[in-house]
Design a protein around this ligand. Structure first.
Ligand code: IPE
Ligand code: IPE
Ligand code: MG
Length: 255
């Protein structure tokens, strides 16, 4: 934690929480056991982000494709979601954390929707960390729903096709108003995006750790942030340009 530069924190961290099933299997247990033990990792990560002053944390909890898992596992995950939200809302309140969701949440069981809605409403005035749960989410779903909304506006004559630009698309994505993640972490050593924030990850720094999600602790988050802070983000420019800009900014801050 001491190695983290507090001035250079990512504003938004996104995480693909992966490896619950393998973690359970290693212990000779059922996959659901891994999902249950994932909750402590969610707690620690959320708490660490709130303590550090990270403004947004997006957790990929259930993908569009995860609906294709065995019925028993999907049911267990939904139950776990309900009980966790019920249990944790007080903690969110105490820590000034605001809860949001992205995804086709109308596909979740009604009881999940109700619990989520309540927690979202209760925590709405909180001004600390914004915790965004990606549920029944996929990057393609997000782009698809944005395109539909834009097309409807064009149909109604509210918008011209020639006016559509990057900002128009961003304004219709489920993450509208939320800055793009600067850092994306994936646990369990898989080198893929699995249909997570496809548009939003365009220039995100990616950090992949072999640690399985139920083993992920505050220290693992700190390691990811330290790695992020050692990188040079060039956004298509040359390293020399970036260095010159940095020097200029320093002069400005001291002036
Ligand atoms: C991530 O762990 C949790 C969800 C996708 C809901 P997995 O359940 O994918 O665990 P592995 O990848 O099979 O180990
Ligand atoms: C990605 O993990 C989705 C979530 C973590 C919610 P998966 O385990 O579903 O991804 P794949 O199938 O290995 O790509
Ligand atoms: Mg997985």
């Amino acid at each position: 934690m001491q190695e983290i530069d507090k001035e250079g924190l990512p504003k938004h961290i996104a995480i693909i929480m992966d490896g619950n099933g393998r973690w359970a299997k290693q212990k000779g247990a059922m996959r659901v056991f891994g999902h249950k033990n994932a909750i402590q990792s969610v707690r620690e990560t959320t708490e660490a982000c709130a303590e550090l002053g990270v403004k947004y944390l997006t957790l990929y909890a259930f993908s569009t494709e995860n609906w294709n898992r065995p019925r028993k596992e999907v049911d267990a995950l939904m139950k776990l979601l309900v009980s966790t939200i019920r249990k944790e809302t007080d903690t969110l309140q105490k820590n000034n954390i605001r809860l949001l969701t992205i995804g086709a949440t109308e596909q979740l069981p009604p009881i999940c929707q109700k619990e989520l809605q309540e927690a979202i409403e209760i925590t709405a005035p909180n001004t600390g960390l914004t915790l965004i749960l990606a549920l029944s989410y996929s990057g393609r779903w997000d782009i698809e729903q944005a395109v539909k909304k834009i097309a409807q506006k064009v149909e109604k004559g509210e918008l011209k096709a020639s006016e559509i630009n990057t900002q128009t698309i961003e304004a219709h994505l489920s993450t509208c108003g939320i800055p793009e993640p600067e850092l994306m972490i994936r646990t369990s050593g898989e080198f893929r995006i699995s249909n997570f924030l496809l548009w939003q990850l365009a220039y995100t720094e990616i950090y992949i750790t072999p640690t399985l999600w139920p083993d992920f602790r505050k220290k693992d988050l700190y390691d990811a942030i330290v790695s992020f802070q050692q990188r040079e983000r060039r956004f298509g420019k040359t390293s020399e340009q970036i260095q010159t800009e940095k020097k200029k900014n320093k002069v400005k801050t001291f002036a």
